[in-house]
Design a protein around this ligand. Structure first.
Ligand code: NAI
Length: 342
């Protein structure tokens, strides 16, 4: 059986890290039927649309997407492709596991933290307008429906995956109505999961607590903008944005993507690190039910990380993007050749 997947390589370093990732995925022997699309400025040049209709139809068909980074203009131009896809397909849960890879020196070893971020509303939606020249209004919409839905997602995940503790992160001391509603909804959901320890922390305190001692947390659930900021902060625990995967999950569709951007400063040089996209692809492979392939790649990746010279230059190695992919594939093949343990 072949898995149909909508592939969005993106721009900047996107096509390079995507090419490396696809080669590694295909080396597992799992069959993929890729439907590939450009988005953003490149798509606009070709079709007059930033998100081509064909891409939307493809995602409606495949229900699964793997996406590289896309350059988003600052302070004008077209709106974020990510935000548009999240809204169009109701990808309401942004799921970011934060785990160390072996042999990457960081301040905190053995971090195992999960951030669940509400993905469809809050300040991050960018609902803004100019009231009069010099005065801008930005709307923070929080609804009972979306807040309850994300809380249920987090608690269900915790129950199914044996996680012990969830903290709701908020600023309800100041935004009493909006964050107050988010908090009340999460509290209500928490009552149905007595086996999971539930806590609440204010977002600014959480930043300090995380930096002091990230091990005090297990899973964090929060609205969109806090999730955007805290997930980057937490990426630093495991070596930075080059290592952190993410999944945007809805009831009917899922899009997997790295959290880093299109890195125009290093695009086209075969130096980008594909690890974050590869780890996002691993979440996708598990979502598709291919658990053995996911374990095979994860083990090979961890073995490559034991050899500093095989890593990309951002982490002190000597390899280019494609040589790094070769190294992972070599590890996968050599482990296949090893006799099975008796
Ligand atoms: P960035 O993540 O692209 O780059 C920040 C720094 O990290 C740069 O020095 C870059 O070289 C480095 N870097 C990033 N990914 C790397 C990788 N895989 N390997 C090695 N080094 C890597 O962030 P920046 O510069 O703020 O954004 C550039 C563009 O990307 C912007 O247009 C932004 O809107 C867009 N962006 C897109 C995202 C997406 O599509 N998911 C997410 C974040 C930003």
């Amino acid at each position: 059986m072949s898995h149909k997947v909508t592939l969005i390589p993106g721009d900047g370093i996107g096509p390079e890290v995507m090419n490396a990732t696809v080669r590694i995925l295909e080396a597992t022997g799992v069959k993929f039927d890729w439907e590939t699309f450009a988005v953003g400025a490149e798509a606009f040049e070709k079709s007059g649309e930033y998100i081509p209709k064909d891409l939307i139809e493809s995602l409606e068909r495949t229900h699964v997407g793997l996406k590289g980074p896309v350059t988003t203009p600052v302070g004008g131009g077209f709106p974020s492709i990510n935000v548009a896809l999240r809204k169009r397909f109701e990808l309401y849960a942004n799921f970011r596991p934060i785990r160390n890879l072996p042999h990457i020196p960081t301040r905190y070893p053995d971090v195992d933290l999960i951030i669940v971020r509400e993905n469809t509303e809050g300040l991050y939606s960018g609902l803004e307008h100019e009231v009069v020249p010099g005065v801008v209004e930005s709307l923070k919409i929080i609804t009972e429906k979306a807040s309850t839905r994300i809380a249920k997602f987090a608690f269900e995940y915790a129950r199914k995956n044996n996680r012990k503790k969830i903290h709701c992160i908020h600023k309800a001391n100041i935004m009493k109505l909006s964050d107050g509603l988010f908090l009340r909804c999460t509290r209500n959901v928490a009552k149905d999961y007595p086996e999971i320890t539930y806590g609440e922390h204010i977002v600014d305190n959480t930043c300090m607590q995380l930096v002091m001692n990230p091990y005090q947390y297990d899973m964090l659930v929060m609205e969109n903008l806090y999730g955007d900021i805290l997930s980057d902060l937490c990426a630093a625990f495991v070596g930075g944005l080059g290592f952190v995967p993410s999944a945007n999950l809805g009831d009917d569709c899922a899009v997997f993507e790295a959290v880093h951007g299109s890195a125009p400063d290093i695009a086209g040089k075969n130096v980008a690190n594909p690890t974050a996209l590869l780890r996002s692809a691993l979440l996708m492979v598990r979502h598709l039910g291919e658990h053995a392939a996911s374990t095979q790649i994860r083990n090979a990746l961890e073995r490559v990380y034991r050899h500093p010279e095989k890593l990309t230059r951002d982490i002190g190695g000597k390899s280019g993007t494609s040589e790094f992919a070769d190294a992972v594939i070599d590890e996968m093949q050599s482990s296949k050749a090893e006799p099975a343990p008796v």
